[in-house]
Design a protein around this ligand. Structure first.
Ligand code: CO8
Length: 257
């Protein structure tokens, strides 16, 4: 299927989505969101896909939500449409999803990267929440996910000043999992995704679910949730296979990949 705002490919068991609105530095408009939701729904239903990589161009992962599209909105329009809420569907994608970020990841672009399970950044990446410079605030999770990732001090600094942070600062601050040379970015992200996609899918999905609980609840509830998910995996054939393979000193052949 052809998309106007995305390039979509499958590499082995990895779904690769490239944001593709070069004329607007991959600004996230309604059409892009609709197309991305459609692609992710397809990947969710496709047993051949075990992980997803979302990337942009060398210059921009995404320079934010589309300012030209938002400009005419009034308060009532924003409320009635529930502006920005559609992105919750992207964040709710259940298979592992990696953001491969080069260049600008600003506003909604930074927020989209944070909806992914982890971020691999090129040395050229620049992260920021510049909404304050437009007379608004982040609306796709920036004030919440950034605070959980970086803590209050740095989040306040970024959100209140609108300044950008480079890849080294983002890695130091815990926003980014790995920083690599620009030419290695996609290979690094695809290799990580392919590795994840080679494991048992129920276990990678439950691992993601368990880690995400840490962001949503208190420690005792999170521990209970983790333990039940941990117990549940002992009901899978892949647990039998994974442990038997270890004991027999061979590679596991997971069934639910
Ligand atoms: N929206 C629309 N168009 C954009 C955006 C954007 N966010 N960013 C860049 N563009 C367009 C520019 O208008 C320009 O178009 P044209 O050639 O027609 O004038 C083209 O992309 C190239 O951009 P620049 O010429 O500005 O490129 P530079 O290299 O000079 O500058 C920057 C790059 C610094 C990234 C600059 O483009 C910039 O500051 N962009 C805006 C960054 C920003 O403020 N982002 C936050 C947007 S608000 C937001 O994300 C809120 C999210 C929550 C709400 C979600 C609701 C759906």
């Amino acid at each position: 299927m052809a998309y106007e705002t995305l390039l979509v490919e499958t590499r082995g068991r990895v779904g690769l989505v490239t944001l593709n609105r070069p004329q607007a530095l991959n600004a996230l408009n309604r059409q892009l969101l609709d197309e991305l939701k459609g692609v992710l729904a397809g990947f969710a239903a496709d047993a051949g896909i075990g992980a997803v990589v979302i990337t942009g161009s060398e210059k921009a992962f995404a320079a934010g939500a589309d300012i030209k599209e938002m400009q005419p909105y009034g308060f009532a329009d924003a409320v009635v449409e529930d502006l920005a809420a559609g992105w919750d569907d992207v964040a709710a994608f259940r298979k592992p999803m990696i953001a491969a970020v080069s260049g600008f990841a600003l506003g909604g672009g930074c927020e989209l990267a944070m909806m992914c399970d982890f971020i691999i950044a090129s040395e050229t990446a620049k992260f920021g929440q510049p909404e304050i410079t437009l007379g608004i605030i982040p609306g796709m999770g920036g004030t919440q996910r950034l605070t959980r990732a970086l803590g209050k001090a740095k989040t306040m600094d970024l959100v209140l000043t609108g300044r950008m942070m480079d890849a080294a600062e983002a890695e130091r601050s815990g926003l980014v999992a790995r920083v690599v040379a620009p030419e290695k970015l996609l290979d690094e992200a695809l290799a990580a995704a392919e590795k994840i996609a080679g494991f048992s899918l129920p276990s990678t999905m439950m691992a993601k679910e368990a880690v995400n609980r840490a962001y949503e609840t208190v420690l005792s509830e999170g521990m209970r949730a983790e333990r039940r998910l941990f117990h549940a995996l002992f009901a899978t054939e892949d647990q039998k296979e994974g442990m038997a393979a270890f004991v027999e000193k061979r590679k596991p052949a997971f069934k639910h990949r």
